[in-house]
Design a protein around this ligand. Sequence first.
Ligand SMILES: Cc1cc2nc3c(=O)[nH]c(=O)nc-3n(C[C@H](O)[C@H](O)[C@H](O)COP(=O)(O)OP(=O)(O)OC[C@H]3O[C@@H](n4cnc5c(N)ncnc54)[C@H](O)[C@@H]3O)c2cc1C
Length: 519
Amino acid sequence: MITAPMPVEEKISAAPAVARPAEKKVIIIGSGIAGLACGCYLQMNGIATEILEASLLPGGLCTAWHRGPYVFDGCMRWLIGAQQPSAFHQIWTELGAITGRKIFIHDDMLQIEGLEGETLVVPTDLDKLAREFKRIAPEDSRLIDKLVRDARRCAPLEPPLTPLELMHPFAKARLGLDILPMVPAIMRYKNLPITRYVTRYQNKFMRQALQLIVGNKDMSALVLVMLLAFRTRNNTGFVAGGSWDFAMAIAERYAKLGGTVRYKSKVISVQVEKNRAVGVHCADGTLVPAQTVVSCADGHTTIFKMLDGKFVDKKLLYLYEHCQPFPAIVQISLGIQKTFPHAPHTLNLPLRQCLRVDDQQQYDRLEVETFGAASKLCPEGTTVMTVRLQTRHDFWMELKKNDPPRYRAEKKRIVQEIIVALDQRFPGLGPAVERSDIATPATFVRYTGNWQGSYEGWLPTPRILGRRIPYTLPKLKNFYMAGHWVVAGGGLPAAALAGRYAAQMVCAEQGKKFTATTS
Ligand SMILES: Cc1cc2nc3c(=O)[nH]c(=O)nc-3n(C[C@H](O)[C@H](O)[C@H](O)COP(=O)(O)OP(=O)(O)OC[C@H]3O[C@@H](n4cnc5c(N)ncnc54)[C@H](O)[C@@H]3O)c2cc1C
């Protein structure tokens, strides 16, 4: 990924690369959304912080890359917290992430096209969704009603803004009461794999459509219920300017709050004395002392490399040995000198010929996202389209290492096949493609270090749902973890909330009452 330098980067990278802080600060590892959020909240509470970031830019996975006049967004498709009242809207406001930005809230989630000309537009409104699903599959009306009823019941679900660890017993009881009406629905779906759930439907197209809404075959059916629940509140949207502007706005907020990010500062280990984190060692040989360390970097690297696997227990080992990260992906992005006014924002379509993405996986469908000029990702009269496909992490890592010419050839082949496939659905697209790009798992690993190329931390499978992932490690003091590796399902809101929770825990450790501001 190549990203154009932005003014904010110069501002926040002004700190000398190897300078030692005069006082002991809270050292945060990683300037992804979790690291930036944690830094913002600690600065708001008068606690001095410094973020050490391995790469050249803030944002981590929340990024984009610029190609000519096009911005290829490497992350945001939909963001929870688009509207008030909502806990995540409050967080984005506190972090300055969405202030003054247009948010596109669509009436539908996606359009699914079948091989025999069937089309299903999945509305976000649950009444409309029930009608549309029953139009396609009247024979499954009973199941559809039940699904919609459960989604409606879960729609009010909001995360608490205080971590359970710090919550007053009354607040905990209140939270329990709020969640109580949702519990039966949650229990009904939590342990049910989506593949098994969809077999209950008689209608073949409906079975396929429900699976496509969820995406991954290994996920729990609860993901389907929660997706419908979140979307029906009209609280999810795409923020104009996309991931790049979103991440830069938070980085700017952090800089304004007095925080510093040191770029090109890869942390290789955490210095521990008497079971207490006291600093970090960087790859350039620097030892940065710390009052407290918060790792917002990859979970596996933090626990098993930076800390040598010395602070683990059975529960943590189970997580890393038996639970599944989100799969790696390839992302193909096209900058097109043409507009497609009738293209759905998200379209899942069948392919005439299967598309092979690695040595084992091939697809007979693909999902394409379309962005026009209003998205601020491309100029008037042009379009950006992106396609993401799950793939095998090891295939791309080995190819890049052992056979670079084939790595390049495979990337080129996939881009060309995608252009041909999209041209069949959108005639005239092929010749109008002005720029193209493909990011592989090797790209994501190189820029963010995420374990096995996971793009969102832990996959919400029946195995992990309901499991609490701790923010601290056994027997290690003055050390916290935050980010999408401490919340099953990951995502931008989870990363930011985890950063907020970690900041609250550090405040509590220092005897400070936590406050959050919006300016
Ligand atoms: C293609 C794609 C689409 C997505 N779509 C959505 C979406 O639509 N909605 C949504 O909510 N979420 C989406 N996500 C998920 C979301 O981007 C992530 O869950 C979130 O950004 C994770 O943030 P984080 O701060 O926890 O981790 P990261 O973004 O991984 O940040 C970790 C940071 O730590 C740095 N780091 C790592 N190791 C070290 C080290 N040793 N020393 C110093 N620094 C280090 C990395 O460089 C990185 O900057 C998507 C992700 C991808 C890739």
